[in-house]
Design a protein around this ligand. Structure first.
Ligand SMILES: [Fe+2]
Length: 386
């Protein structure tokens, strides 16, 4: 049995940003709040979006102070704005951090409380302000997931919140918005999308629906990740990565992520490593740890990603997957924790608490091989020996 949750409307393709007024009309919104960040203002994306709304005669207001890796404090002013004024929808414009912020603002703005009260294992399914998500990275897949991640800055913990409340009612997947994303962010977010698809496929919560989305995502992402990193102007590659990222989001939202994400969030929270980068640091070691527990599944991933040949048997495909993930990190210039500037003594001082936080997130329990806290500590240590 599986329960599938999706946005009601998904507009896909270059130029679909212009469909925003009809999407808003479709969901009955006459006065949306745009939630975004300073980069979107600087790049002119907010101005473009507002001119589309102005031409359609749609009144709107803006909260542009969301931050990368959002914290409870960084969303507070947005929540206040929703509570003090009358909006009938939230438009989330930006990368995963903007969309995650918008989700929390749309839900807490309507139902009150603090983000801590919504954290896993609670499932929150009440309909908050409807969210129209417009991602500008290919990426987090947040536009099609029933999750948000907000950091509690008091404890340096990334809080995972889930439920249909956090699923956007509509998503506009316009790859044109990703053309100017710099190479580093392109790589980090692209790796994140690849990890979503792999983890959804090997997850203990995988189901035939999530499998179909995960495999389709891997077929799009595998051959195009290097291409977009080396040539951001390759429109075909950008288009494939954008759709792949959304399909990967649908896959993991309807299955789960697993050990990479479980262990990645604490690294992000303690050392402010961008999410996709901490995933990339962990992916080879976690895959090595998990491979034998789901050999056929990992082999399917290797073949779908085109890292192995369709004719390779499962053992060969698994080995090729491991080797390619290591090579990929080199080619995409993924730093080691040391190269990123993390102080080894500090990292080792928080190993146990990171393993505890990983376990508390619930994600490691979805892994094909469920680790003990001690095994997670061992994997964290391996990041320094490679
Ligand atoms: Fe992710």
């Amino acid at each position: 049995m599986s329960s599938i949750v999706l946005p009601r409307i998904i507009e896909i393709g270059g130029g679909t940003l212009s469909h925003l007024p009809s999407v808003l009309q479709n969901i009955g919104s006459k006065k949306p709040l745009i939630v975004t960040d300073h980069m979107m203002v600087k790049l002119g994306y907010l101005a473009t979006l507002q001119s589309i709304l102005r031409d359609a005669g749609i009144e709107n207001d803006v909260y542009a102070d969301t931050e990368p890796e959002p914290t409870a404090a960084s969303i507070q002013a947005g929540i206040k704005k929703v509570q003090n004024e009358q909006f009938d929808a939230v438009i989330a414009l930006g990368g995963g951090s903007s969309i995650d912020s918008a989700k929390a603002i749309a839900v807490i703005g309507k139902f009150g409380g603090t983000i801590n009260e919504y954290r896993f294992p609670r499932q929150f399914n009440e309909q908050g302000l409807p969210i129209v998500a417009i991602p500008t990275t290919a990426g987090t897949g947040s536009e099609c997931t029933r999750f948000t991640i907000i950091t509690d800055e008091k404890t340096d913990e990334k809080l995972l919140c889930m439920g249909t409340s956090f699923m956007p009612v509509a998503a506009i997947i316009d790859y044109g918005l990703t053309i100017s994303v710099p190479a580093r962010t392109t790589a980090d977010t692209g790796i994140d999308a690849m990890v979503h698809a792999i983890e959804a496929y090997v997850s203990r919560k995988a189901n035939p629906y999530s499998d179909s989305q995960a495999i389709a995502a891997m077929r799009l992402i595998g051959p195009n990740l290097r291409r977009v990193y080396h040539d951001g102007n390759n429109k075909t590659a950008r288009e494939s990565m954008m759709l792949g990222s959304t399909l990967a989001g649908i896959a993991f939202s309807n299955a789960s992520v697993a050990l990479v994400h479980g262990m990645s969030r604490p690294i992000g929270a303690f050392f402010h490593v961008p999410h996709g980068l901490s995933n990339a640091m962990l992916l080879p070691a976690v895959t090595r740890f998990s491979l034998d527990a789901a050999k056929e599944r990992y082999a399917d991933c290797a073949r779908a990603l085109t890292f192995a040949l369709p004719t390779d048997n499962d053992s060969v495909a698994g080995e090729k997957l491991l080797a390619t993930l290591v090579d990929l990190n080199k080619e995409l210039a993924v730093p080691t924790p040391q190269q990123f500037g993390i102080e080894k003594a500090r990292f080792f001082a928080v190993l146990d608490i990171m393993a505890q936080q990983a376990e508390a997130s619930g994600s490691p329990a979805n892994n094909p091989r469920v680790p003990t806290a001690a095994e997670m500590v061992t994997i964290y240590k391996q990041l320094w020996n490679e």
